[in-house]
Design a protein around this ligand. Structure first.
Ligand code: NAD
Ligand code: MG
Length: 390
């Protein structure tokens, strides 16, 4: 039996992970499941899977969780320290599917115990790529990509020599506003930004797909995980979301990974790696699809992509600044305090301020420094918004 834990179990990726685990209960011993405020879902899954431990991130929900688990034999815990403790519980395979930079600290703990970390939480690599890779190396832990594009690249690279790679192309659906006239974007609402043409995902990543901040994070994730240079990474708009990524080799070959837009493929690949096992995903019928379309992203429509290039050329803590500023700007958009296009403007302002702050530019990449920088970037976003209002 493999010991597994799921961080962010109540979210979109977490629920898809639980779906796969629950189909084969005799193969897995579930150590810990973690969630946020959806206590009913967390308790239901912990009971169903016979988990040792369930953790809510919210300390004030501990009693609710205890009540929901009473008589089940599942331990209940809450708060940041409990998340770290859960990450320290011995496991063979752990899904990192918390949303945001909150996923970083538990992920690092998992790597320190040498467990395999299946990484849906791209923010981990954006904020702390070198630190995360070094931690995995030092503890002999495997780090497996779960983002669909990165899983696709990882699969296309199996058995290949990285020295033969010329370029990596990741695709983007173009999000909710791909076909909107540019002048209308400023008035785009939270509801409009929260619907994705092809994927069913959490609200935050869905809005990030409309603004392409998601793809911006993924370009950085590609650089960090595969160790390629920024100029080797390309983005293609591909409205059908069937080709997830392509790898170009020096002999001119281009290896594409195709699949239905269902995250259970990438999750299942990481769960069974290095084997391939049967997965409950739709098989593609290319004749029914008929055609696949590709185009270059429009820089004016998607300023986030340019910002990602700036972050990559700067390195260090700029990824942590970028991600935290984006997270805070997204909070403010969801709260209807800023407009859709203001998000990229404000993140750009925060990145400029970072460039001018010598003490941060050369700071070491430690978890402490990243967390302080993250905090500061959020504060800078609030200041930038106040300045605009005043
Ligand atoms: P979601 O919002 O559906 O779920 C997030 C999970 O994290 C929930 O369990 C929530 O309770 C928990 N959580 C939120 N804030 C937390 C905090 N501060 N501390 C601890 N736990 C917290 O998100 P999702 O769409 O499942 O995405 C999860 C991660 O996977 C993100 O990093 C996202 O970018 C990445 N990802 C998602 C998809 C997808 O299809 N949904 C695809 C690729 C990558
Ligand atoms: Mg993705």
């Amino acid at each position: 039996m493999r010991k597994v834990s799921v961080f962010g179990a109540t979210g979109s990726i977490g629920q898809n992970t639980i779906d796969l685990i629950a189909r084969d209960p005799s193969s897995y011993e579930v150590v810990a499941l973690t969630g946020g405020s959806n206590i009913a879902q967390l308790a239901e899954d912990a009971r169903k899977l016979g988990a040792q431990l369930a953790v809510t991130a919210h300390e004030d929900r501990l009693q609710n969780l205890r009540d929901a688990l009473s008589g089940s034999g599942v331990e209940a815990a809450a708060g940041q320290a409990a998340l770290i403790e859960a990450a320290n519980r011995p496991a063979d395979w752990v899904m990192s599917a918390i949303v945001g930079s909150a996923g970083l600290a538990p992920g690092l703990e998992v790597l320190k115990q040498g467990a395999t970390l299946a990484l849906a939480n791209k923010e981990t690599l954006v904020c702390a790529g070198p630190l995360v890779l070094e931690t995995a190396r030092a503890h002999g832990a495997d780090l497996l990509p779960v983002d669909s594009e990165h899983s696709a690249v990882f699969q296309a690279l199996a058995g290949e020599d990285m020295a033969a790679v010329e370029r990596i192309v990741i695709t983007a659906s173009g999000g909710a506003f791909r076909d909107w006239p540019l002048p209308d974007l400023a008035r785009a609402t939270v509801e409009q930004a929260s619907s994705h043409p092809n994927w069913n995902m959490g609200q935050r990543i869905t809005i990030d797909s409309a603004s392409m901040f998601n793809k911006a994070l993924e370009i950085i994730e590609t650089k960090e995980y595969f160790g390629v240079s920024p100029r080797q990474i390309e983005v293609l708009v591909h409205p059908e979301s069937i080709v997830h990524a392509l790898v170009g080799f020096r002999d001119g070959a281009l290896m594409a990974h195709l699949g239905a837009p269902d995250m259970r493929h990438a999750i299942g690949y990481a769960l069974h790696w290095p084997e391939r096992r049967e997965l409950p995903v739709q098989r593609l019928d290319l004749t029914a699809l008929g055609q696949l379309n590709f185009s270059s992203p429009d820089d004016a429509r998607y300023p986030a992509l340019r910002l990602a290039r700036e972050v990559m050329s700067r390195g260090g803590l700029s990824g942590a600044i970028f991600n935290a500023a984006k997270e805070r700007a997204l909070d403010l958009f969801i709260q209807r305090r800023i407009g859709f296009l203001d998000m990229a403007d404000i993140v750009a302002t925060v990145l400029e301020r970072f460039e001018g702050t010598d003490s941060l530019i050369d700071a070491d990449m430690t978890l402490d420094n990243i967390q302080q920088t993250d905090h500061l970037a959020r504060h800078w976003v609030d200041e930038a918004v106040l300045r605009r209002a005043g």
